[in-house]
Design a protein around this ligand. Structure first.
Ligand SMILES: [Zn+2]
Length: 45
């Protein structure tokens, strides 16, 4: 199962929750990305 992450609120959304509409069920944000495609490690500055 693919897990997306909302760009707006940062919550994780399973692909099962967005079958028809790519939309965040929590905040309604339309920008979702896959955090597992690229694992970006940010160093604390
Ligand atoms: Zn959201």
């Amino acid at each position: 199962m693919v897990t997306y992450k909302c760009f707006n609120c940062g919550k994780e959304i399973e692909s099962d929750m967005i079958r028809k509409r790519i939309r965040c069920p929590f905040c309604g944000g339309k920008i979702l990305f896959k955090p597992r495609d690229r694992i970006i490690k940010v160093k604390s500055r």
